[in-house]
Design a protein around this ligand. Structure first.
Ligand code: FES
Length: 186
């Protein structure tokens, strides 16, 4: 039993049983979507079976067009790879983070290449709402980023929580650039 009263998008109370159902149902549906969208793309990218077994995935960012979001499963969780538009990058960089519930600059949410440069176009994060684990919808919400329909959390174009019950920004997974355009997650 939770001590916290949870409400839906209309402010109506959601009891624990219903809340858990929403979480499970939404998570399952989103995971299925991630599988159907993600694995074929991973396969196209020539993913080695031994790397999959080790829990790492390699992603060629050159295959993700501007404005496109790639979704895939990594260690059982969805990972979003978003090729952000110039407008999305500008929004992410020009945010007054003192007003954010979980203050982080956009650069703090990006990983540098081996030469030390940062490519702000590509945002890589675990696509799970930090409230109760639903899968947020992209290009939605009040901040043009992601919106979690379960209880109304709004994330910006950097995946930072801006409004709603989620306490933290969406998580940045452990990843690195292994070439100029290829990253390894995990
Ligand atoms: S799971 Fe509650 S707002 Fe996302």
């Amino acid at each position: 039993m939770s001590d916290t009263q949870v409400t839906d998008a209309h402010g109506e109370a959601i009891d624990d049983d219903k809340r858990d159902f929403i979480f499970i149902a939404t998570g399952a549906a989103a995971a299925a979507g991630a599988v159907s969208l993600g694995w074929p793309l991973v396969a196209q990218m020539g993913k080695a079976a031994d790397t999959l077994a080790a829990g790492s995935i390699e992603i060629n960012l050159a295959n993700v067009a501007e404005g496109q979001q790639l979704k895939m499963l990594w260690r059982g969780v969805p990972v979003f790879v978003r090729h952000r538009t110039p407008a999305e990058i500008a929004e992410a960089e020009n945010t007054d983070i003192s007003k954010c519930p979980d203050p982080q600059t956009d650069n703090e949410r990006l990983v540098a290449k081996p030469d030390g440069t940062i490519d702000p176009r590509f945002l890589v994060m675990v696509g799970v709402c930090t409230h109760f684990g639903c899968i947020p919808v992209g290009e939605a919400g009040d901040y043009d980023g992601w919106y979690c329909p379960c209880h109304g959390s709004h994330y910006d174009t950097s995946g930072r929580i801006r409004k709603g019950p989620a306490p933290k920004n969406m998580t940045i997974p452990d990843y690195e650039y292994i070439s100029d355009t290829v990253i390894k997650v995990g």
